[in-house]
Design a protein around this ligand. Structure first.
Ligand code: ARG
Length: 613
């Protein structure tokens, strides 16, 4: 009897990813859940060799530390097949008994319909934390089922706009990239800049008209490109002769005429340097492969789709009809031009075949969801991607996000042009955090201890970090209200509060006058007090949290963890005396481990931690 394994889809969102066959992970590699899952797999094979199922291991704060929930699903598969098991509980008992011996598990018990409760061994937890302190937090990286991913994020449009939506895409995409990178995935950070399209005809002609010696002038002379865009659009809309020239201009650009290519490049360069002002402040790295990069691939890709019978003619355009959608996906416009969809199909082809990415992730507002759904389906029809139900790779995902709202509850709008305004917004976050810091330091008489450089760096870390955290802490699909007051408050779930929490731990360690670098080599961690144990268990969950955030593409999971960790630390610190207690060494090491994990969370969120505040 061999039953399909797809029947166990319970708890899907957080299902444990098992490394691909053939590559046995080293003992101790991966998250705690992944390590327990390996023990559970071997027990399942011994318990019910006739059925193959995925191990289901979850955190269980209520009954034990972790829980294995395979018994009921297995029961529903084997009951009535002549099995000797009488009920799910009996299967649970057998799973518990067949777990290979390991120093991870202290004890197990079976509850109700076969839940196997697993209590971790204190000494193993303590050792895992100490090993991390000695060998670095990278040893806690989860194992993800892919080696290379493309993350397509930020992706503003040349000369047109870089608005709050692009800011969100930049922040969310960068965080996802950091999480995958931490998990040892090779990430291609792609800026899919909108650098091609009919608007370039009018932009170029307007450039020629306004600046006859355009080759010599610098970007400052042209000024803000968005204003330039509006002016050229105005010209286009009101002057038929200009419009005609602009339309010719597109053709000449696409035909590769030297002068037009050069002007196009100039305009792109100016935009790029504007975007870079934002990237620099946010400390975000991206590699630009704009829409134009994929132009040469479009004809070939469309020919392939056509040969597979996917492309049809409809009202003069070339389209792909997709089941479930009223309107087809247009891939060649009526005027013969290519569009957003044909570019995206070609980019996907390139990412799969040339870049050999296994997971391709697109970060844009939810408004573009349908576009992504449709072209992902087209790619599946072409046989480029497996059926999503098969849970195989390569795979594409659209990471959608909601709107940023202003204090009036309406879409966050900016008065001046968007790029300039985004830069101003970030600068305002910094200057606000600086004046608050100055005020507090002056009140406490501490201002004398701070150098100007420290002040500057701290207000940047706190200010930019606050903007990022306010964006990331919510489930990305929900809209959120942009408020400096809220994000810069030192109370509640804010980056400022967390920066304080981290700085406080650093100060506890500093004031102990002990060298933790030395202690971690010579001392030992012990988790006898209940609050020590709770903190220790939560610390070692870090890898699972990153795994979950990557699997479900949800950065807020890490924010939640970071916030809870700081709360748990407070509880520990309130109930367990650190300095001067008999357990001082162990507890200082727990302080240090908490600080290290917090800093790693900050790193994943793109926030620079501060050590004193
Ligand atoms: N430039 C687009 C916009 O501003 C976003 C591009 C997203 N990436 C993609 N491959 N379609 O809306």
């Amino acid at each position: 009897l061999r039953l399909p394994c797809s029947a166990t889809t319970m708890g899907d969102e957080t299902s444990t990813s098992v490394p691909a066959q053939g590559q046995e992970p080293a003992v101790g590699a991966g998250s705690v859940k992944q390590q327990l899952s390996r023990l559970v797999i071997s027990s399942l094979r011994a318990t019910v060799p006739e059925v193959e199922v995925e191990p289901m291991v979850e955190v269980s704060a209520k009954f034990a530390d972790y829980q294995c929930n395979n018994a009921m699903g297995l029961w529903s598969k084997i009951k009535g097949s002549g099995t000797s098991f009488k009920n799910p509980n009996a299967i649970g008992q057998a799973i518990a008994k067949n777990l290979p011996s390991s120093d991870i598990i202290e004890s197990t018990s079976v509850a109700g319909p076969g839940f196997v409760n697993i209590t971790l061994s204190n000494s193993w937890v303590a050792k895992r934390i100490q090993d991390m302190l000695v060998n670095g937090i990278n040893t806690w990286a989860p194992i993800l089922p892919v080696k290379r991913a493309v993350i397509d994020f930020s992706s503003p449009n040349i000369a047109k706009e870089m608005h709050v939506g692009h800011l969100r895409s930049t922040i969310i995409g960068d965080t996802l990239a950091r999480m995958f990178e931490f998990s040892n995935v090779d990430v291609l950070r792609r800026n899919h800049v909108g650098d091609w399209g009919t608007q370039f005809g009018m932009l170029i002609e307007y450039l020629f008209e306004k600046f006859p010696n355009w080759q010599e002038i610098g970007s400052q002379a042209i000024g803000d490109l968005q204003i330039f865009y509006k002016a050229s659009k105005n010209r286009f809309d009101n002057d038929p002769e200009f419009k005609e020239r602009a339309q010719q201009g597109v053709v000449r650009l696409q035909g590769g005429e030297e002068k037009y290519r050069e002007a196009w490049k100039k305009i792109c360069d100016i935009s790029r340097s504007e975007f870079d002002l934002v990237y620099k402040r946010l400390n975000v790295e991206l590699e630009e492969k704009g829409e134009s990069f994929y132009n040469p691939y479009i004809p070939k890709v469309l020919a392939e789709l056509s040969s597979k019978g996917l492309i049809q003619e409809s009202e003069g355009a070339q389209v792909i009809f997709i089941e479930g959608y009223q309107i087809p996906l247009i891939v060649v416009k009526r005027d013969g031009g290519f569009n957003y969809a044909s570019t995206d199909l070609s980019a996907l082809w390139y990412r799969l075949n040339v870049e050999k990415a296994e997971w391709i992730i697109y970060v844009t507002d939810v408004g573009q969801q349908q576009h992504f759904e449709m072209f992902f389906k087209a790619a599946r029809m072409a046989g480029w991607l497996p059926d999503p139900n098969e849970k195989k790779f390569p795979k594409t995902s659209h990471v959608g996000f909601g709107l940023v709202l202003g204090s009036d509850g309406k879409r966050f709008r900016t008065r001046s042009t968007e790029v300039v305004r985004l830069v101003e917004l970030l600068d305002e976050a910094k200057s606000r955090s600086k004046s608050e810091l100055l005020q507090r330091l002056t009140e406490n008489g501490k201002i004398v201890d701070w150098t100007d450089e420290e002040l500057e760096q701290t207000s940047e870390a706190v200010g930019y970090g606050a903007v990022k955290y306010a964006d990331l802490k919510n489930n990305r699909l929900t809209n959120y209200t942009f408020s400096f007051e809220q994000m810069l408050s030192d109370k509640g779930n804010t980056a400022v509060y967390l920066q304080y929490a981290h700085a406080r731990i650093c100060s506890i360690i500093r004031k102990s006058n002990k060298d933790v670098e030395e202690l971690k080599m010579s001392g030992a961690i012990c988790l006898d007090h209940p609050d020590e144990r709770v903190l220790g268990l939560y610390l070692i969950r870090f890898a699972e949290v990153v795994e979950e955030a990557c699997t479900n593409l949800l950065p807020n999971v890490v924010c939640e963890y970071l916030y809870n960790l700081s709360e748990m630390f407070t509880k520990f610190y309130t109930n367990c005396q650190v300095v001067g207690s008999p357990e001082e060494t162990s507890r200082l090491l727990l302080c240090q481990a908490t600080a290290v994990v917090m800093r790693q969370c900050f790193q994943l969120l793109g926030i620079t931690p501060v050590y004193k505040l």
